[in-house]
Design a protein around this ligand. Structure first.
Ligand code: ATP
Ligand code: MG
Length: 364
């Protein structure tokens, strides 16, 4: 990997297998960009624990699942470092320094946090501090690798904004330029809805088609999909906008002409949901078949997958360590290099006095 290449950082919470939403929102871009960038992908197990503190086993088990999904989707470990967040303690240390640059009310105003709090239902006064502050830890992740580009789904935009604020505040406060302001890369279809029609396909909502789903499972899910609720009879005119079936076709279909014709027909009336769903099923089967096959191959070589994670994490630690050193030196708290060294110099020059002191004390 050449040093001049710009850096990409993305991540996923190991709370379950990856689904079509991840693929559309971020994973597909990561696969595309890995040739031209130095890429780091973080399996964010510490972030997953912020709302799964009672279930570390789930998080632990899903590290391998997520890694398998990456490899299956075409992430190439020779081009991309896949790393495990908790094994890079430098990230936690950075988080601690950044925490002092962000107010509690700013975190409470973060739109994604607000939306997720509604879904998580922690209960009145029971929001874990770690959950509220995870945008800061995400800023640490992004800046630790000096990432200039972050390919994410739309739900992550407020996180990127928060990161940019932290970068500016840090560089201003400590009169430095050690942190890089990242840009988000959001795809055209930036938020894939769930098969139930809810705004976002999500592991936690049980409305996902997973990259590893078997053909029959995919078919069953597609045939049960929410469509236009007012399209009751085949001859009724139907709505294409906000209709998940057509949004999936836009996201995954390659035959744009056929899709345009189908949309026209559906709008006019006379095209039944079952027909559209059958077509979508074909499209998705074609996208997911090679991914599933590759996944099964990697599943046979789990020790190799763990080696990939170890290697990626080791590489990531080196870079995060350099950033942490730069951060501490910008803040003047790199005591090994400054305070202790200053003291050493002082004690050498003042050694005469020190000696006479000690003799005095001994005499006393
Ligand atoms: P959880 O429910 O545990 O938060 P999640 O399904 O939201 O899981 P994350 O690990 O939080 O997944 O998100 C990882 C990445 O995938 C982010 O970049 C996010 O924007 C993207 N992503 C997740 N779901 C979707 C979706 N439905 N559409 C587009 N992008 C998505
Ligand atoms: Mg999420």
């Amino acid at each position: 990997m050449s040093e001049e290449k710009k850096i990409i950082l993305t991540g996923d919470r190991p709370t379950g297998r990856l689904h079509l939403g991840h693929y559309v929102g971020s994973l597909r871009n990561r696969v595309k960009l890995q040739d031209d960038y130095n890429q780091y992908i973080l399996i964010a197990d510490m972030q997953a624990l912020t709302d799964n503190a009672g279930n570390p086993q789930k998080v632990r088990d899903n590290i391998l699942e997520v890694a398998l999904d990456y490899l299956a989707a075409g992430i190439d470990p020779r081009k991309t470092n896949i790393c495990i967040q908790s094994m890079i303690p430098e990230l936690s240390e950075l988080t601690m320094y950044y925490m002092n640059l962000v107010s509690v009310s700013r975190l409470e105003r973060n739109p994604t946090i607000k939306e997720e709090l509604k879904l998580r239902k922690f209960g009145e006064g029971a929001v874990p501090t770690g959950f509220l502050t995870y945008p800061i830890s995400q800023a640490a992740d992004i800046t630790a690798f000096g990432a200039s580009l972050v390919p994410v789904g739309e739900d992550q935009l407020p996180m990127l904004e928060q990161t940019r604020e932290i970068v500016r505040k840090f560089n201003q406060t400590y009169k430095s330029d050690v942190l890089v302001e990242p840009q988000a890369l959001v795809p055209d279809i930036s938020r894939l809805p769930g098969i139930d029609g809810k705004a976002k396909m999500s592991k936690s909502l049980g409305n996902a088609i997973y990259l590893a789903d078997e053909p029959e499972e995919i078919r069953r899910k597609v045939m049960s999909m929410y469509t236009d609720p007012n399209h009751l009879r085949v001859e009724d005119p139907g709505n294409v906008e906000d209709n998940p079936v057509f949004m999936y076709l836009d996201a995954f279909g390659t035959d744009k002409e056929t899709i345009a014709e189908m949309k026209e027909h559906y709008r006019r009336g006379g095209l039944g949901d079952v027909k559209v769903k059958r077509y979508l099923n074909d499209v998705l089967q074609e996208v997911l078949e090679p991914i599933r096959t590759r996944r099964k191959e990697f599943e046979k070589y789990k020790p190799e997958v763990y080696r990939i994670l170890q290697k990626g994490t080791a590489n990531a630690r080196v870079l995060a360590g350099q950033t942490l050193a730069n951060v501490k030196s910008a803040m003047g708290i790199n005591y090994e290099q400054s305070l202790f060294r200053d003291e050493e110099t002082k004690s050498t020059t003042e050694s005469g006095i020190e000696n006479s002191d000690s003799t005095e004390a001994e005499r006393g």
